[in-house]
Write a protein that binds this ligand. Structure first.
Ligand code: TXA
Ligand code: MG
Length: 345
């Protein structure tokens, strides 16, 4: 079938949205932008459509999907027993980069939740995503738009190269604003547990007066036989083909360490901060932003990792950030990218 690419980046009226929304209703897959990363979406009520997502991404069938809605009224009938804390989190963080795990009803097929009795739900703030869901009139199940294991997609071109054989409808909405996937939380025993860190930080949630805890497994890949609360943690993720090594710690030590490693290797690139470009002795430098600007860094990580592969490097040394605020989400993704190759200096 002919591929259809809709460029809505500069189209405020979103006039052709009904064509794409119709595709969703006809059980087709649609790649669409959100404020976090691009998603590959399907009608969350349709088992046929949802199964196409797993097939297109080559996604393990124990990794559940997030259901996206455009209005809180869409929660009616798909989840039950929302408690006061959950409601308050929803009121504060929607629309936005925030996913909450809730008890699901039978209206959502089991393939969405991979057999769990819960689903993650999110209301994106991106106008294009919002309009797509609204016009389709059904919740949209959508994981990040990438082949499983690869970095998430933040510009349409990267995703198109990867998924054009598998998906017919693509919406271009420009570069993702945040660049990292949503914060995923679960409310347990009156406190909030962060299963996947993101733009909504521990501090943002603590400000509402709740106890917040972080999942124990943020900086390592969990073995396939371990039981975890968020199945996504079990799988290889965010990985280019190149071997990646994360170096973090005291700034001076990090720069020295990287320079030492460079001396011994050849086809190697560096993903580092703007300020360090002149201090690191490599002309294969992928600048991921200022060391003082975590928003900029989170926005450049996935496109940077994809560049590593496009340029054909065998090894990539990546500079780490402090595990604080948004830095927790950045280090979570980079630790997974580097799969245990982590140097603290
Ligand atoms: O920002 C985002 O969340 C993006 C955009 C497209 O909205 N979506 C996204 O989806 O990142 P995905 O499938 O790549 O990640 C979903 C994460 C996985 O880590 C999965 O394990 C977790 O959410 N998850 C989904 N349903 C869950 C559930 N019922 N219980 C625990 N974890 C769940
Ligand atoms: Mg993903």
């Amino acid at each position: 079938m002919e591929k259809k690419i809709f460029n809505f980046a500069n189209d405020k009226n979103l006039e052709n949205m009904n064509i794409v929304a119709k595709a969703i209703k006809e059980d087709e897959l649609v790649v669409f932008p959100t404020e976090t990363v691009y998603g590959i979406g399907a009608n969350a009520f349709s088992e046929v459509a949802v199964n196409k997502i797993f097939e297109a991404k080559n996604r393990p069938n124990d990794n559940p999907l997030i259901v996206h809605i455009s209005d809180v009224s869409m929660l009616d009938g798909i989840v039950k027993n929302i408690n006061e804390i959950e409601q308050n989190l929803i009121n504060n963080f929607w629309p936005g980069p925030f996913t909450i795990i809730l008890e699901k009803t039978e209206k959502i097929p089991n393939c969405v939740s991979c057999g769990l009795n819960t689903i993650g739900v999110r209301m994106p703030s991106n106008k294009i995503a919002h309009k797509l869901i609204e016009v389709a009139g059904v919740p949209i199940a959508a994981p990040s738009a990438n082949i499983s294991g690869k970095p998430s997609g933040t510009i349409l071109q990267d995703i198109y190269e990867e998924l054009s054989e598998k998906v017919n409808y693509f919406i271009d909405g420009g570069k993702s604003e945040i660049g990292l996937e949503s914060t995923v939380v679960k409310v347990e025993n009156n406190s909030v547990k962060i299963l996947r860190p993101g733009k909504i930080t521990v501090e943002d949630i603590e400000k509402l007066g709740y106890n917040v805890s972080l999942s124990e497994n943020l900086y390592r890949t969990v073995n396939s036989n371990e039981k975890v609360e968020s199945p996504g943690m079990k799988h290889k993720h965010y990985s280019p083909s190149a071997k990646c090594i994360l170096v973090s710690g005291v700034e001076y030590n990090v720069i020295n360490k990287i320079n030492n490693i460079i001396n011994n290797q050849t086809n190697m690139c560096i993903m580092g901060f703007t300020e360090h470009k002149t201090q690191i002795n490599s002309d294969k430098y992928i600048d991921i932003g200022s060391k003082n600007n975590l928003n900029q860094i989170s926005n450049n990580i996935f496109s940077g990792l994809r560049e590593v592969d496009k340029l054909g490097y065998d090894v990539c040394i990546i500079e780490g950030v402090e595990k604080q605020g948004l830095g927790i989400a950045i280090m979570n993704r980079l630790s997974r990218t580097c799969n245990g190759n982590i140097l603290e200096v």
